[in-house]
Design a protein. Sequence first.
Lengths: 325, 250
Amino acid sequence: MSRHAGGYNADPRVRRIEWLPWIVALAAFFLLPEYLSLGARILIYVLYALSLDLILGYAGIITLGHSAYFGLGAYVAGILAAKVGITDPMIQLAAAAAAGALLGLVTGAIILRTRALTLLMLTLAITSVLLEIANKATPLTGGADGLSGVVVAPVLGLFKFDIFGKTAYLYCLVVLLAGWWLVRRVIYSPFGTSLTGVRENSLRMHAIGAPVYWRLVLVYTLSATIAGVAGGLLTQTNQFVGLNVLSFESAGELLVMLILGGVGRIYGAFVGPVAYLIAQDLLAKQFPEYWYFGIGTMLVLVVMFARGGILGILDAALARLRRKA
Amino acid sequence: MNLALETRALCKSFGALTVADKIDFRLEAGARHALIGPNGAGKTTFVNMLTGVLAPSSGTIVLGREDITALGQAKRVKRGLGRTFQINALFRRLSVLDNVALGVAERRGVGFRMLRPASAHAEVRAESMALLATLGLAEDADQRILDLPYGKQRLVEIAIALGLKPSVLLLDEPAAGVPSLESDRILQVLDKLPKDIAILIIEHDMDLVFRFAQRITVLVQGEVLVEGTPEEIGRDKRVHQVYLGEQRYA
């Protein structure tokens, strides 16, 4: 599970250990049937975190507004289902992806001309503007009450969404598998290697003739597309869209998950949401008023003592063991 | 005379401060040319204008026969203008091979591709390895830049630039910060560079300049003071006065 980086000498084949998350996910389906709703939510957040890892971990684009694309995807799927009458989950998901891509392309083309704090503030502004639009466009979005009445037809006309979350879980797992395959493919490609180059030294990337700006716009659009799909999945599994999907808190929460798991590692996006959402679930049951204290403590410990996140700790421990052996 | 690069009345001002004043400069095809001058003479500003990092306030830059004044950095590189940096500008956490391969891939138009893994582009890897071998860096291909001695890092700078197959190569102090023994190694490498590449070297190490260059331009306070062969420059009293003190190199 060590850091995954592309490169012209990197072996792109899937290693044995990389099957572990999928085995765990399938095992959870059979062994923890009462937690499938939470499981589906975790899978959605893993996909969402993967989209963030692509731009933050590999291209070095800092953002506090990734919820804009996630939220837009969620609303597009929801509006199609509740207002337009399009109930096919694949069409809803494709529309969520297209909306995320379009917004990613347009906003990326504007904000990626800036850097650092200006970029951070602009990402925040985009999600704030979208939140306010969703809040005011009550006839379409339900405003502060949220969008209900979301109808989702059976997947491929065969698998109906059930109250135990079985279909939702497997459906999310398949979409996540496709998202993971895509992200992994990109990271190991020449394009992915060039993104790492941009993150490491954009000055040099300019000097070797790389169109840095367009490369960033492209990866940002791709990331926004995946975030849009994740948002669409959330709508389909919850059959409801609330304003919180567009909130700054949602984007911040995602960032915390990724930092917990480990940035720029692919699988940090798997471990982070699992750790965060399970901790949230357990802590909220034990300490309903103070559960954020536990999350905050985890984050402080990781930032202070384990900059590579949970996977970074594992890597360091394994390296120590190998040295001793 | 076949010119590889030319500037006409190139100026750069920051407010009231003029750092480049009507610089007329000509670099012949295949030339070994040095640009020298005391600190603050405007050498790096000049290179930054040539490469598109800085936009000139006025004047024209011609590469080959094309006016490139309005072109961005990437387009200038695609047209054959390569450079190295005074302070290493490498991908520090990437391997030596990837540092060079990134440039080779851009030149070959591979950098945007997403479908095949980077390692499947054997042509990029082979060309990068061949380049590293010519610079004596083949054994270091898998090393991260972070783990490489400084002198070798300077060679990687040159390798990256060569991977772009430039017609004009701007070397901004290639021996800066390098111990004298390794400086000789850099000079050997420079001597072996393909003769069809026109090279402009900006350097403070006068030994290196006078051993390498066929022509020298002296820049002082943003203006060209004098240009000539190393012998002419070594004899020029104005150069001695503003730059060389009483030392003689001719």
